[in-house]
Design a protein around this ligand. Structure first.
Ligand code: BGC
Length: 269
C-alpha cells in the first residue's frame, strides 16, 4: 500500500509516495526550499507543489517541527509564529483541494514521525521497553515509546540543561554556529543524554537527524550512558515514511484522533 509523506523542515519541504510494506520511498523524493518566512500559507503552497509533482491523490501525512494535537499546531520554536494555534491539517487539506481534492492531510510532530519510522522499519524495530528517539538538527526533537506505543509531543529538546533550553546547547545548529568540533559537541550530547536518562531510564536511544549519517564521528566519543545508543537507520527519509504511516493509521476505521499514529504497534509484535 502507498501513502504520500511530506516532511516540513526549516530548510526544505520534501515528499514522496511511500511503500508502507517496505517502509521506504516508492519514488525518488521531490524537494522544494522552505520559503522564508515560513508562514502557513507559503508552506501550504510548497506542500501542494510537492504533492502535485507526483500527481498524487489519496491520503497525505505531513510532519511539523512543533507540537501538533488533533491537526492543530501548538508551538513554533523554529518556524513562523503564525503556526501557533492554527488548524494546520485543515489548512493543508483545503490547499490540496478540500474534500473534493481527495488528499486528506494528517499532521504530526516531525520527531514523532521519525520515531515511528525507526520503530517499525529502522534502528529500534520491534524493541520493547522504553525507547527514546532523538533528532538533532536545527532543534532537538524527541519521540518516546513504551512497548512500541508513542507518547506524542514529548518536546524533550526543550528540557532545561544547566540553565539553558537544551536545544540551544546541543543541536547541530549550535555545533555549526559555535564551530564546535566533534569532541566538544559529543560532550554536550552526552550531558543531554545523561539528563534524559536520569528522567526516563530508557533501554535504547536512537540518534537521528541528518547528523546520524556521521554517527561514527561522534557516537564513539559518548561515554557513561547506561542505555544502548545507536544511530537512526532511515536518516533523511524517516520523517516522510513516518508521516505516511501516520496518515494510514488515521484512516483506519478504528482510528482514534490524529495523534494516534501512536497506537500502531511495532512490526513483528
Ligand atoms: C520543536 C520540536 C521539534 C524539534 C525538531 C523543536 O524546537 O519544539 O517540536 O520536534 O525542534 O524539529
Amino acid at each position: 500500500m502507498k501513502v504520500f509523506g511530506v516532511d516540513i523542515g526549516g530548510s526544505g519541504i520534501k515528499g514522496a509516495p511511500v511503500d508502507l510494506e517496505r517502509g521506504d520511498l516508492a519514488d525518488e523524493r521531490y524537494k522544494v526550499l522552505t520559503p522564508q518566512p515560513a508562514t502557513p500559507d507559503a508552506v501550504a503552497d510548497c506542500v501542494k507543489a510537492v504533492v502535485d509533482h507526483f500527481g498524487w491523490t489519496g491520503p497525505v501525512g505531513a510532519t511539523f517541527p512543533g507540537v501538533v494535537t488533533n491537526g492543530r499546531t501548538r508551538t513554533a520554536a523554529n518556524v513562523d509564529k503564525g503556526w501557533i494555534g492554527l488548524e494546520a491539517a485543515a489548512l493543508l487539506t483545503e490547499r490540496l483541494g478540500g474534500d473534493a481534492g481527495g488528499c486528506p492531510v494528517t499532521l504530526l510532530n516531525d520527531a514523532d514521525a521519525a520515531g515511528l519510522a525507526e520503530m517499525h522499519f529502522g534502528a529500534s524495530k520491534g524493541r520493547m521497553g522504553t525507547v527514546v528517539v532523538l533528532t538533532f538538527g536545527t532543534g532537538i526533537g524527541s519521540a518516546v515509546f513504551s512497548d512500541g506505543v508513542l507518547l506524542a509531543n514529548t518536546e524533550l529538546g526543550h528540557l532545561e540543561l544547566d540553565g539553558h533550553d537544551a536545544e540551544t546547547r546541543a543541536s547541530t545548529r549550535v555545533k555549526d554556529e559555535e564551530d564546535l568540533n566533534w569532541q566538544e559537541w559529543a560532550r554536550r550530547v552526552q550531558r543531554y543524554l545523561a539528563h534524559v536518562e536520569m528522567l526516563l531510564s530508557p533501554q535504547l536511544f536512537v540518534i537521528g537527524g541528518g547528523v546520524s549519517r556521521k554517527a561514527e564521528k561522534f557516537l564513539p566519543l559518548i561515554e557513561g550512558i547506561k542505555a544502548e545508543v545507536v544511530p537512526a537507520q532511515l536518516q533523511n527519509n524517516a520523517g516522510i515514511v513516518g508521516a505516511a504511516m501516520a496518515a494510514r493509521a488515521a484512516r483506519r476505521p478504528s482510528a482514534l484522533p490524529p495523534e494516534v499514529p501512536a497506537t500502531v504497534p511495532p512490526s513483528g509484535s
